[in-house]
Design a protein. Structure first.
Length: 66
């Protein structure tokens, strides 16, 4: 059976009280910001300085921060 590749690359950073994750969708290249603190959390597209979603270039290297 072929190994199915994960859809998201996840970069994690502990912030003391909470945790920040950047998720990159391998299919679309779009980056998302996720923050969690206890039982609360939120997810939003990561935006550049012009307010447009951050999209990885097609030649971006795979890295797994988790």
């Amino acid at each position: 059976m072929a190994r199915r590749e994960k859809r998201f690359i996840v970069y994690t950073e502990d912030m003391g009280l909470g945790q920040v994750k950047i998720l990159m969708d391998r299919c679309t290249g779009v980056h998302y910001l996720y923050f969690s603190d206890g039982s609360a959390g939120g997810l939003t597209p990561l935006l550049d300085k012009d307010g447009k979603p951050v999209v990885a270039p097609e030649s971006s290297e795979d890295a797994d921060g988790e």
